[in-house]
Design a protein around this ligand. Structure first.
Ligand code: KG4
Ligand code: ZN
Length: 343
């Protein structure tokens, strides 16, 4: 089965075609970074309008890349939530309309299920069951995954998501949007051991996270450095290093704990923060020390993209599931509400 995937939940327009026999045929992404940069964050209405402008040209481009004429697909998948409502509606309307015009089924995909399944696009795909760490701008969750749609929440952030903490701390350090990659770049110049940040919620049992305290710790550290006149470029890099190290250590400690508690031997990491180079390195070390398989998407498929939506939609469409003609999108949508693919 060949599926066109459309992702428009936030600030990237992503389109791809996935073929269940031949794999990923084509994908393209338009990032709105340049559009939102001046505002220091995503402006929802501007995001929706830009999806309107970019989506259909991207569909045309991706079909051409895949060597397909319009309509030469067996289904259309679009992100139905969670995300910005206006942005979601653009993808949903376009996806439903194309499917209707081409007389093929359409399906609304859960954005985080897309992230979760993204490592299956790689060469050494994970096999069910596994533990998944989902780390994006809106979510930090540890999930026990028995199969598609069979998700048991093991733990999640009680406040900021890891990506959100990266973004907010980046802002405190005077870095622009998008903050996570900018902070990670600055941290590359940082020196180990100059600052010590806490590893929140690692001393007591459990698999929940809390990252808002780290952001406050960063603020206090920055203010103290400012007051003592030592907040130069090197000090900012040292603070970025210590913050990043604390987030990554905390994520790794909880991953280890989740693997031990569930007895599972495969860990999947997905979502924007999984593009972080030092997180990837640390989890590879965890893989070696615990003798478990660690699966990560390639960096381009860690952050939002159309390929993961095409893939997730294809799995559900192949199982006979499809939506009706209504345009239901869900800005908030707990992943644990999903069910296995149903005809
Ligand atoms: O999955 P994603 O593209 O969008 C959401 O679904 O939220 O994740 C975006 C988040 C942002 O918070 C961004 O700062 C963070 O992922 N991020 C990173 C890196 N690349 C993206 N955080 C740390 N290091 C990175 N290299
Ligand atoms: Zn995402």
């Amino acid at each position: 089965m060949r599926v066109l995937g459309i992702e428009t939940s936030c600030d990237e327009t992503g389109v791809a075609v996935y073929d269940s026999d031949r794999g990923l045929l084509a994908h393209a992404l338009f990032s709105q970074v340049g559009l939102h940069e001046a505002y220091g964050g995503v402006v929802p209405e501007l995001a929706s309008r830009d999806h309107v402008r970019k989506l259909l040209p991207l569909v045309t481009e991706v079909l051409a890349q895949a060597g397909l004429a319009a309509g030469e697909v067996d289904g259309v998948a679009f992100t139905a939530g969670p995300g910005l409502i206006g942005a979601l509606l653009v993808g949903a309307m376009a996806g439903r309309s194309l499917a209707w015009a081409w007389d093929v089924p359409a399906i609304g995909v859960h954005h985080m299920e897309g992230h979760l399944l993204a490592p299956m696009l790689e060469d050494d795909p994970p096999a069910f069951p596994f533990v998944a760490l989902l780390v994006s701008g809106g979510h930090t969750q540890l999930v026990a995954v028995q199969g598609i749609g069979r998700y048991r929440l093991l733990g999640e952030s009680v406040d900021d998501a890891a990506g959100e903490a990266f973004d907010k701390t980046a802002k405190l350090l005077g870095l622009g949007y998008p903050g996570g990659p900018a902070l990670a770049r600055l941290a590359m110049q940082g020196r180990p051991g100059k600052f010590q940040f806490p590893r929140p919620m690692t001393q007591k049992p459990g698999l929940d996270f809390s990252f808002s305290g780290l952001k406050t710790h960063a603020l206090t550290t920055i203010r103290e450095a400012e007051a003592s006149g030592s907040l130069d470029e090197q000090t900012r890099a040292d603070i970025a290093y210590a913050f990043e190290e604390a987030v990554i250590d905390t994520l790794a400690i909880k991953c280890r704990r989740a693997l031990e508690e569930t007895g599972l031997s495969c860990l999947v990491i997905a979502g924007g923060v999984s593009a972080n180079v030092r997180l990837r390195e640390q989890l590879q070390q965890l893989s070696q020390s615990m003798g478990v398989q660690v699966c990560l998407p390639r960096p381009a498929f860690c952050t939002d993209n159309g390929a993961m939506i095409a893939f997730a939609g294809c799995q559900r469409l192949m199982a006979g599931e499809s939506g009706d003609l209504s345009l239901a999108v869900r800005p908030r949508w707990p992943m644990t509400e999903l069910s296995p693919p149903a005809a």
